[in-house]
Write a protein that binds this ligand. Structure first.
Ligand SMILES: [Zn+2]
Ligand SMILES: [Zn+2]
Length: 413
């Protein structure tokens, strides 16, 4: 197994049957006998059996997030894997077995998902597998399960082809909420904390165990974040929670002020789905992440690096913004690099594509028809540049964000 493989397909074939025409007798009868039966299995480099399928399957696929039934999803560690060849039945003259191995290397691409959703394990109405199917039907590629103060383990999550489920928990306190994503058990103590010191201990434990921490809905009408978050370690600010509204716009304002002060803080969004209601659905909003594979670790790493943007729904606009090799969330040396290339698909008539920096908002386009856009923005000074798309969702009402992206940072060099 070479390094950086997302999945592989193993196929094998051999002459299983011998067909003999009863020509001399002229009866027209043809016999077909099963003369060879070769079984298949797979063993990982550490000696663990990945699966065994007898002779029932002639092709299998294995990756970290998905495997053909009979095999288990397995980390594709580089090294010597072994194919089990079971010679259950072999004709006296022997048999030739041919194996074909096809590797699918990891490659950077866009994954659409929801980082905040509740199930029956807290105050949601769907079981995890129902919620997962619901998310898949809404066109999502990943979904984080974030029940209030009730962590879920990765092993207990259902496996659905095409959907990456990320274990998580929404740490829920009367004075603030935060998502801890990607680990089974972010802390050993109970969730409650009586002072900032104890809150910091929960956050620090989650970080040590590798969780991605998002500070949730800081200005929510019911559950704002009241602890002093500047004293807490976190990776991501949830600037878009459920439908776009005043509290989310205030979170965007907070983020903008932090960016302007020089902090490189990635954003994320989540529907906070509990049950279907008007404007409430999985993927409302959708966080779109550029990652090299569907592995939860790769998706969370993409988020941590800011390779992401948030849009109002799974079928919202699609953005690609680069500065030379740099993606959203990356830093480049200014003035060596000063141009940001912008590509957007899925625009509607009236949409405004604008670049926001620490000191200005510059429209790149007001679309007069549906379609796509390709343009560029040139930085005049070091700082950050981020894309926002504004749309009039309801005639007569003001424009609202349809997409908010992490910046590219042009660092003074
Ligand atoms: Zn919450
Ligand atoms: Zn929530």
């Amino acid at each position: 197994m070479p390094p950086d493989i997302e999945s592989f397909t193993l196929a094998y074939h051999y002459a299983r049957h011998r067909t003999t025409a009863d020509g001399d007798e002229g009866t027209g009868f043809t016999t077909r006998q099963e003369v060879n039966i070769i079984d298949l299995g797979l063993v990982a480099p550490d000696g663990v059996q990945v699966g065994a399928s007898g002779s029932s399957k002639t092709e299998i696929q294995v990756g970290k997030t998905f495997a053909t039934p009979g095999y288990r999803p397995f980390p594709l560690v580089p090294g010597e894997w072994r194919i089990l060849l079971g010679a259950y039945k072999v004709a006296p003259q022997g048999v030739t077995v041919v194996y074909e191995l096809t590797f699918s290397p990891k490659r950077m691409r866009l994954f659409k998902g929801d980082l905040h959703a509740h199930t029956l394990a807290s105050d949601g109405v769907l079981a995890v597998d129902e919620l997962a199917r619901h998310a898949l039907r809404h066109g999502l590629d990943f979904l984080a399960i974030t029940d209030h103060n009730q962590p879920v383990s990765a092993d207990s999550l259902p496996r659905l082809p095409g959907l990456t489920l990320i274990p998580g928990v929404e740490w829920t306190h009367y004075r603030g909420h935060a998502n801890f994503l990607g680990v089974d058990q972010p802390y050993d103590e109970p969730f409650f904390a009586n002072n900032l010191e104890e809150v910091r201990a929960r956050f620090a434990s989650a970080h040590r165990r590798g969780a991605l921490i998002s500070l949730n809905h800081p200005f929510d009408e019911q559950c704002p974040f009241l602890f002093d978050w500047s004293e807490l370690p976190f990776d991501c600010l949830e600037i878009w929670n459920g439908p776009m509204r005043e509290s989310n716009l205030r979170a965007v304002g907070l983020w903008q002020s932090l960016l302007s002060a020089g902090r490189k803080l990635p954003i994320c969004g989540g529907s906070d789905y509990h049950r279907s209601q008007l404007f409430l659905f999985p993927g409302g909003p959708t966080t779109c992440v550029y990652a090299p594979s569907a592995d939860p670790a790769d998706i969370l790493s993409g988020l941590r690096q800011g390779h992401a943007y948030v849009t109002f729904a799974p079928d919202g606009p699609v953005l690609e913004a680069t500065a030379e090799e740099a993606l959203l969330g990356d830093s480049v040396p200014f003035p060596g690099v000063r141009e940001m290339q912008v590509k957007v698909e899925g625009l509607l008539a009236g949409d405004i594509v604008q670049v926001v920096t620490g000191s200005s908002s510059t429209p790149l386009l007001q679309a007069d028809a549906s379609g796509s856009f390709q343009g560029q923005y040139v930085m005049e000074a070091p700082g950050f540049a981020r894309i926002e798309i504004l749309r009039q969702f309801i005639p007569g009402l003001p424009n609202l964000p349809a997409l908010i992206a992490n910046p590219i940072y042009f660092d003074a060099s």
